[in-house]
Write a protein that binds this ligand. Structure first.
Ligand SMILES: [Zn+2]
Ligand SMILES: [Zn+2]
Length: 96
């Protein structure tokens, strides 16, 4: 089950369950759309997998399974992640 983390791990932007800007990788590294696509070029800086839009949990399910309130905030050093991005950004996610 997804944790539905409350913010962008890189820039700290609030990403509540209802946000349409939240993107996740297969490990649920969570970023806003700008960071995931513009800064990281659809390459997760932690696992080099791709991102997809995070689904929104329906209201009645949120009561039973509330989204996480634990903030993960680990801004990436863009110089460090540049190599990873350059290496993987043109490789289809299925072949990474
Ligand atoms: Zn962000
Ligand atoms: Zn990842």
């Amino acid at each position: 089950m997804l944790e539905i983390r409350p913010n962008c791990e890189h820039c700290g932007k609030e990403l509540p369950n209802e946000s349409t800007e939240a993107m996740i990788c297969s490990f649920e590294c969570t970023y806003c759309e700008y960071c995931a696509l513009n800064l990281f070029k659809n390459v997760c800086p932690s696992c080099h997998g791709n991102f997809t839009k995070r689904p929104i949990r329906p209201k009645d399910e949120v009561k039973k399974y509330p989204p996480s309130t634990a903030r993960v905030f680990k801004p990436k050093d863009l110089e460090n992640v540049k190599q990873i991005i350059e290496k993987y950004k043109n490789i289809d996610p299925a072949n990474r």
